[in-house]
Design a protein around this ligand. Structure first.
Ligand SMILES: NC(=O)C1=CN([C@@H]2O[C@H](COP(=O)(O)OP(=O)(O)OC[C@H]3O[C@@H](n4cnc5c(N)ncnc54)[C@H](OP(=O)(O)O)[C@@H]3O)[C@@H](O)[C@H]2O)C=CC1
Ligand SMILES: O=C(CO)[C@H](O)[C@H](O)COP(=O)(O)O
Length: 479
């Protein structure tokens, strides 16, 4: 077989087949391969006229079809499937070749794989890719890690097929080894928080303001023209305005209310715990999905009393809607801020030289969390590479200040009415935690010292201290 392909894609399910088509549509010759050959055949039969594909039945044929240095993209399930594919292909590659893992791999796996392949002179690039089916075909957001040398070769290809915003590609070299997959993981964590916040806003408008799904779709469409403009708000309006063909009922009312997940939100929260990053809105969004999928537990709680339902007048409902918009925006700023802080914590822990403004920049297009306000997040981080929080930036601080009364009013209303808003509540609580002059953490230190002699620090003296709680005079020792 002629080694003619510029790149190869193995794993031709939703993402792989569309990325392969995207490369081909941009003039690249693409070798295509899948464990089950039927997927390879159907890709070439259905879309062969979109560009030049080289179908391969075996791993050997696939590798032989690639120009040197070989560029081989894996688009299979994360975990054991990725290891199985790597085991199969890595043996056939040579020093200088490049393997790109475009799946949602755990960044620690990516670090392990990169180190192992580096020993054999093979570049391993863990590249987060977001945008789903449509993005993969028409322009995703691409978050590659790995070496700078590999990005020098792969970058132009990624930048060609990625989404573009204001003429700028939504692909950039994130940092070494697992940095790309880490940033993609946090992207998904933010995705969970954003989706949960939007879902809570819907629930409030439905249960408190008593609007129909179609009316709420209209409200979301209006919001989408303003500062909340984003892909997730846009698709929410589409889902809410859809009528179920079989029953004639709003589609939102016929979907079972148990949210699924493939694990990236969970992974974000697990990793955040290891790093000590307080991503509370992301965590609550992840737990909200888990709680929704516990039928027996929900059945046990269902008969218990909740809040007081009080009907709103039309003008009250309109006022409440404006308050929900403020609360949603403020909570969303907090959720994104938590995500960026987590990336900063990881950059420090793993010595990744990440340009946070550039991360916001490539999330402006192609990915699931693309949103107009990411442009402002980009500007804020670009202006100050050490920006510790978006709320340290005057314009965001001003917006959060303006949202104070409505944000608190909405959260108070949810408590009074018994409407669950774990993400709204977590975001407001995070805000109040960080702005507090003094936290009850002091008391926790006292408790820890009491039962475990864990020591504490004082506000008035340097060093660590322990109080001898069991002794009647409770003397304090300077450790
Ligand atoms: N779907 C989405 O919207 C997004 C997905 N991703 C990530 O991209 C990757 C691909 O996702 P998606 O396209 O949805 O496909 P899936 O995650 O459903 O994976 C299916 C593909 O994996 C292959 N595969 C599974 N196990 C093995 C194995 N042991 N050896 C070889 N091949 C195997 C399948 O081959 P076969 O046909 O033979 O079964 C098939 O090509 C995943 O890591 C996913 O998390 C990232 C962004 C968005
Ligand atoms: O990576 C993605 C988008 O960026 C995928 O769509 C992801 O699988 C969605 O996560 P989940 O299935 O857990 O809701």
């Amino acid at each position: 077989m002629n080694a003619q392909a510029h790149i190869g894609v193995t794993g031709l399910a939703v993402m792989g087949r569309n990325l392969a088509r995207n490369f081909a549509r941009h003039g690249y010759t693409v070798a295509v391969h899948n464990r089950t050959a039927a997927r390879t055949r159907s890709l070439v039969e259905e879309f062969g006229d979109e560009g030049t594909f080289v179908p391969a039945k075996t791993a050997r044929e696939f590798v032989d079809a690639l120009q040197r240095p070989r560029r081989l993209m894996i688009m299979v399930q994360a975990g054991v499937a990725t290891d199985a594919v790597l085991d199969e292909f890595a043996l056939l590659l040579e020093p200088g070749d490049m393997i790109i893992d475009g799946g949602n791999a755990h960044f620690a796996d990516t670090r392990r794989r990169e180190a192992a392949l580096q020993e054999r002179g093979i570049h391993f690039v863990g590249a987060g890719i977001s945008g789903g089916e449509e993005g993969a075909l028409n322009g995703p957001s691409i978050m590659p890690g790995g070496s700078k040398e590999s990005y020098a070769v792969l970058g132009p290809m990624f930048e060609t097929i990625s989404a573009h915003v204001d003429g700028e590609p939504c692909s950039t070299h994130i940092g070494s080894d697992g940095a790309g997959h880490f940033v993609k993981m946090v992207h998904n964590g933010i995705e969970y928080a954003d989706m949960q916040l939007i879902a809570e806003a819907y629930d409030l408008l439905r249960q408190v303001a008593q609007y129909s799904p179609a009316e709420i779709a209209g409200i979301f469409r209006t919001w989408n023209k303003g500062r909340l403009n984003s892909y997730l708000i846009e698709i929410t309006a589409e889902v809410l305005s859809h009528t179920d063909a079989g029953t004639g009922r709003p589609f939102a009312d016929v979907i079972a209310d148990a949210a699924g997940e493939k694990g990236t939100g969970r992974l974000t929260v697990q990793t955040a715990l290891d790093l000590g990053s307080p991503v509370t809105a992301i965590a609550q969004a992840t737990f909200a999905r888990a709680a929704s999928s516990q039928p027996a537990l929900r059945a046990a709680y269902r008969p218990l009393p909740g809040g007081t339902p009080i009907p709103l007048t039309r003008s009250e409902a309109e006022r409440f809607t404006a308050q929900v918009e403020q609360a949603l925006y403020a909570s969303k700023v907090i959720a994104y801020d938590q995500g960026f802080k987590m990336i900063q914590d990881a950059a420090l822990a793993y010595r990744w030289d990440i340009d946070f403004g550039a991360v916001a920049g490539i999330w402006r297009g192609g990915c699931i969390i693309r949103a107009a306000f990411l442009d402002r997040i980009r500007t804020a981080h670009a202006a100050d590479p050490h920006l510790v929080s978006l709320l340290a930036e005057p314009a965001f601080a001003q917006e959060i200040t303006a949202a104070q009364v409505p944000w608190r009013e909405v959260v108070a209303t949810t408590a009074r009415r018994g409407v669950p808003t774990p993400a709204f509540t977590a975001a407001l609580s995070y805000y109040d935690t960080l702005r507090a002059e003094r936290l009850p953490a002091a008391l926790i230190q006292g408790q820890r010292d009491y039962f475990g002699a864990h020591t504490y620090q004082r506000t008035d003296k340097e060093g660590s201290f322990h109080t001898h709680w069991a002794r009647p005079d409770r003397p304090e020792t300077h450790i």
